[in-house]
Design a protein around this ligand. Structure first.
Ligand SMILES: *Cc1c(COP(=O)(O)O)cnc(C)c1O
Length: 325
């Protein structure tokens, strides 16, 4: 495996299922849609951070850390999965979350609390500096904190998605299927960067299209190039990436990060009612809404095969319940 030289703990329920979406594909009249179920990775309802945490937690344990610290939005899936990973490996967890404590403890935040994480509300202060300050305080008390980066997106975490590409291509070989396009939600960029590094290393030539949930396309492409280059370097692969090599769509940003609109609501209802599969409102709802719009615009041939990579986020449905009714 491409990631064999790195330490890794086993957390995920892997390989995740690869499933055809027969009803939706025939309803739309093509392309042939499939789904990669990384909402089923395990770890406190699953999601894409599980694969990243397998490498990050291994590194924390190698450094004899006793506390994981990370940051994110108030309904961060990454924070919730980090809290679960800390619990599983006997570590404490402090989450630095943007904004103020909401009146209701729901969705991911409810799970953060149940998993035993301590939550620090950062208001609109920069999250990274606040994490450093929390780590400094803990060190002064004789503790051994380990900072998991925003989104789990450094070369170690991203290696989880290099391995995921290897997993997908093995499933494709076994099932005799090939995907012309892979579509996924992209935010901190780690997931897409990892898939692209894996694709380059393994000779996959289909398109990997990131639907941006947050950054503009120009900014996301630059982030992706930097992360992919650093990850390839960490894995000793010796290739570099330029921003133009990444397929990114920023047409679906709507009202901004975590502002739920008709695009997300329609996508969630469509997949739920044709296939019985749930999407989340912030990431996969937006990405799947973008995919449905691209299909309507004729971006894919009717005979082509398109894979939607589901990245999880289900507790967000409860965190944003009022906006989904
Ligand atoms: C974090 C997250 C993403 C984005 O992944 P990145 O690696 O940060 O681009 C997508 N979907 C869900 C559900 C997430 O929690």
């Amino acid at each position: 495996m491409l990631t064999d030289r790195l330490y890794r703990v086993s957390i995920g329920h892997l390989p995740t299922p690869l499933e055809p979406l027969y009803r939706l594909s025939s309803l739309l009249g093509g392309p042939e849609l499939w789904i990669k179920r990384d909402d089923q990775t395990g770890l406190a309802t699953g999601g894409n951070k599980t694969r990243k945490l397998e490498f990050l937690v291994a590194d924390a344990l190698a450094q004899e850390a006793d506390t994981l610290i990370t940051c994110g939005a108030g309904q961060s899936n990454h924070a919730r999965q980090t809290a679960a990973a800390a619990a599983k490996f006997g570590m404490a967890c402090t989450l630095v979350l943007r904004g103020e404590e909401p009146p209701q403890t729901q969705g991911n935040l409810l799970l953060d609390r149940l998993l035993g994480a301590e939550v620090v509300w950062a208001g609109d202060e920069p999250l990274v500096e606040r994490m450093e300050a929390v780590a400094e305080d803990l060190r002064a008390q004789g503790r051994r904190p380990y900072i998991v980066p925003y989104g789990g997106s450094n070369p170690l975490g991203i290696s989880g998605y290099v391995a995921a590409m290897e997993e997908l291509l093995a499933q494709c070989a076994e099932r005799g299927v090939h995907f012309d396009h892979i579509v996924l939600a992209s935010s901190s960029g780690g997931t897409q960067a990892g898939l692209v590094v894996g694709a380059r290393a393994l000779g996959y030539e289909g398109h990997i299209i990131g639907i941006s949930v947050d950054p503009t396309a120009d900014r996301l492409r630059q982030i992706l190039a930097d992360l992919a280059t650093a990850t390839a370097d960490r894995l000793g692969l010796g290739f570099a990436f330029a921003p133009e090599e990444f397929d990114v769509e920023d047409r679906y940003l709507g009202g901004g990060y975590a502002v739920i609109g008709d695009l997300e609501r329609e996508a969630i209802r469509t997949l739920a009612r044709t296939e019985g599969i749930l999407l989340d409102p912030v990431y996969t709802g937006r990405a799947f809404g973008g995919l449905l719009d691209l299909i309507r615009q004729g971006a894919f041939g009717p005979q082509e095969r398109v894979l939607f990579w589901h990245t999880g986020g289900i507790p967000g449905l409860f965190g944003f319940a009022e906006m989904l009714r």
